[in-house]
Design a protein around this ligand. Structure first.
Ligand code: TRP
Length: 467
């Protein structure tokens, strides 16, 4: 196995660049947009605690597994798994798990780009002063004006996709570093500023209480969503980290690096939640309001403080960039794979895949307006309908994609990756890649990867059906 060389796609200049790139991938809309709104829907503290448990016991071991597979094989996910399986005298069909993961990444990108587009729209809106002095209902109405306009959403979705494809077409290992080195710390500083603002709202304790106090009766309800979101937030389960691992220098300690990225990502999520909820309560908004939560809440904060216009502008620029550095990690695995498998150039592969994602994304755009009433998986009075227009329950197009990608495919992808690394590749290879010095730490990592994570995933699935 060619594990001392670099991949045909290039390599990161140092371990630091890998940390930046992986953090750039992990920290994104998942932490700032999705985590707060899911916390709101699934009962606050009950969701937060389940999320943290899933990160530590399931997400982290899978993250280790995924990165080490990539670094071992130095190829795109599907080829990595095929070659490593063959080297271990197992079936080359293991690569199917990676293929499914890469397809899942593209499905995620399809809606990710739409929401990334919202943040672009908000850069303009906040910068122009649209939100100065607004109250809760007005902020809600401004968000509604965006989501009810398919053309406006499509415009920003297109721009976001083009920006993402542009980086990928140029090659991900070049150019990313400079952007990340400045912007990630800046995002962090602005989140702290936002936190400072939250403390002045007079509802800070209420926000904290909401996030960390839990009602045991709601723990089970949020379990599968929390596990799915742990994967989403860490960027594991589709091959993003596998391909980034493939570009990682051999000399650096993978264990420490991966733990650092997971801690940073989790910290940003908690920070975003702690900063947002006091504003939600101060404005009398509903924490369970759904995907619009951040987009309704933040303008309220920025609209009511001095310099809010400029700080808000910078904030949405950073959200957009955080989303952008995540989106590229969703596109890169399949791009690398097709470069390896076909004669097409990087540019062509990128253009074709980005176009397909863009097209699927139009379904998400429409599910907020013209297709809002198109419901799938409806169960009504004991009857189940695959599709029904205007039904009460059920999921719209965005709901279906989100459910399928985050709750089903991410955990399944993670399950295959962790089983593959811990059981198929074997102990010695794992030891060699993880390069942890302490035997006790290695034993712990292996135990988590072999037993805790795979069983944890299966138990969460089983608990869901049993409920
Ligand atoms: N983790 C990113 C976020 O939180 C999104 C993301 C990037 C992702 N790559 C991924 C999610 C791979 C799942 C799988 O915004």
């Amino acid at each position: 196995m060619a594990n001392d060389q670099v991949s045909v796609h290039g390599g990161w200049a140092s371990r630091w660049v890998f940390i930046l790139a992986a953090t750039g991938s992990a920290v994104g809309l998942g932490s700032i947009w999705k985590f707060p709104y899911m916390t709101g829907i699934y009962g606050g503290g009950a969701f937060v605690i389940m999320f943290l448990v899933c990160i530590a016991l399931i997400g982290l071991p899978v993250m280790l597994a995924e990165t080490l597979i990539g670094r071992r094989a130095r190829q795109s996910p599907a080829n990595a798994m095929r070659d490593l399986a063959v080297a271990a005298a197992r079936s080359p069909r293991w690569s199917w798990a990676a293929l499914a993961g890469m397809v899942n990444a593209l499905l995620i990108l399809s809606f990710y780009s739409v929401v990334g587009g919202w943040s672009l729209d908000y850069i303009l809106g906040v910068g122009r002063g649209d939100f100065q002095g607004v109250d809760g209902p007005k902020a809600g109405a401004l968000f509604g004006a965006l989501t009810s306009d398919p053309w406006r959403m499509t415009l920003w979705h297109t721009l976001f996709m083009v920006l993402s494809a542009w980086v990928i077409a140029k090659g991900v290992v070049n150019g990313l570093e400079k952007t990340l080195r400045i912007l990630m710390p800046l995002l962090f500083v602005l989140l702290l500023l936002l936190l400072g603002y939250s403390m002045t709202t007079g509802h800070f304790m209420e926000g904290l209480h909401f996030m960390f106090h839990f009602d045991t009766s709601r723990l089970m309800e949020g379990l599968l969503p929390a596990m799915g979101h742990a994967f989403f937030s860490l960027s594991v389960g589709v091959g993003s980290l596998m391909i980034y691992g493939a570009y990682m220098p051999k000399s650096s300690s993978l264990g420490k690096t991966v733990v650092a990225v997971a801690l940073l990502d989790t910290f940003v999520s908690l920070l975003a939640g702690v900063a947002l909820f006091p504003i939600v309560f101060a404005a009398g908004l509903n924490p369970g309001e759904g995907p619009g939560l951040m987009f309704v809440t933040l303008p309220l904060a920025f609209g009511s403080v001095t310099m809010g216009q400029i700080v808000g502008l910078v904030f949405f620029v950073l959200v957009a960039i955080a989303a952008w550095t995540s989106a590229i990690s969703l596109l890169e695995p399949m791009v690398a794979y097709l470069i390896e498998r076909t004669r097409l150039s990087r540019v062509w592969v990128t253009v074709i895949l980005a176009f397909i994602c863009w097209l699927v994304g139009l379904g998400t755009v429409l599910s907020f307006n013209l297709w809002e009433q198109a419901k799938f998986f409806v169960s009504e009075a004991g009857h189940f309908h695959l599709y029904q227009w205007g039904a009460e329950g059920g999921l719209n197009f965005f709901g279906v994609i989100d459910f399928l990608t985050s709750r089903i495919m991410l955990p399944l992808g993670g399950l295959f990756f962790v089983v593959f690394a811990a059981w198929v590749m074997g102990r010695e290879q794992v030891r060699d890649e993880l390069s942890v010095r302490s035997p006790a730490l290695f034993a712990l990592a292996l135990f988590l990867m072999r037993y805790v994570a795979p069983l944890g995933i299966l138990i969460v699935f089983a608990a869901q059906f049993w409920n």
